[in-house]
Design a protein around this ligand. Structure first.
Ligand code: FMN
Length: 193
């Protein structure tokens, strides 16, 4: 794995990755995005089905439209969302993609027993590769309903049979020096037999 030509160990990539929600406007180039997709498809895949498909969305107007639709759906289905979170997620200035330059939607046209698992594994590979390349990323689960909305799919040009599973924003972090991995509890082992 590389960061600006320097190698990053897998251990450092796993330990150092964190959600990034603040990006510079610069668009990662196509070759870089292709390397992320190549890393994604190295994920394990049940029955070797490779059910993942990728939508790479850079069109700002389209990202804005999907964000607005996501917010409208959050507002309409606010049950289960704490009131302060719902207020944050539906505020006028809130953008579900944090104005990231690129959204990569990992999804499938062949839903099945393990298709979601394959897509999530591909998404994690993609995010680790992004981190190793000096890019930031974040899963945007809040956008899932909007991305699977028939009107949004039609407007975006997504295949009608595509199901979004793991939406991931990607971009150059605005403040790379300030990024810190978030803490984790120690592994809770329920059995060592
Ligand atoms: C399934 C899933 C959905 C997520 N959805 C969102 C989201 O909609 N918006 C967001 O800002 N972060 C989202 N995140 C990112 C998490 O908030 C983040 O991974 C978590 O706080 C841990 O921080 P870290 O990734 O920096 O370790 C999501 C993460 C996962 C795994």
């Amino acid at each position: 794995m590389t960061v600006s030509g320097r190698e990053m160990s897998l251990r450092d990539a796993v330990a150092g990755r964190c959600a990034v929600r603040d990006f510079v406007a610069q668009m990662p180039d196509d070759a870089l995005l292709d390397r992320l997709l190549q890393a994604a498809v190295r994920a394990p895949t049940a029955m070797h089905e490779e059910p993942w498909r990728f939508a790479v969305i850079r069109d700002r107007n389209l990202l804005n439209r999907i964000s607005e639709r996501a917010k409208a759906l959050i507002a309409a289905r606010a049950e289960g969302v704490p009131p302060d979170a719902a207020a944050t997620f539906t505020a006028k200035e809130f953008h579900v993609f944090y104005n990231a330059p690129v959204l990569i939607v990992v999804g499938t046209e062949a839903p099945g027993r393990f298709a979601d698992a394959d897509c999530w594994l591909a998404a994690e590979n993609l995010m680790l590769a992004a981190h190793a390349e000096g890019l930031g990323s974040c899963v945007i689960g809040l956008a899932l309903d909007a991305l699977n909305d028939a009107d949004v799919k039609r407007a975006a040009g997504l295949p009608a049979g595509f199901t979004a599973v793991a939406p991931v924003i990607v971009g150059v972090p605005a403040h790379p020096a300030a990024l810190r991995p978030t803490p984790r509890k120690p592994p809770q082992v329920v059995l060592r037999a």
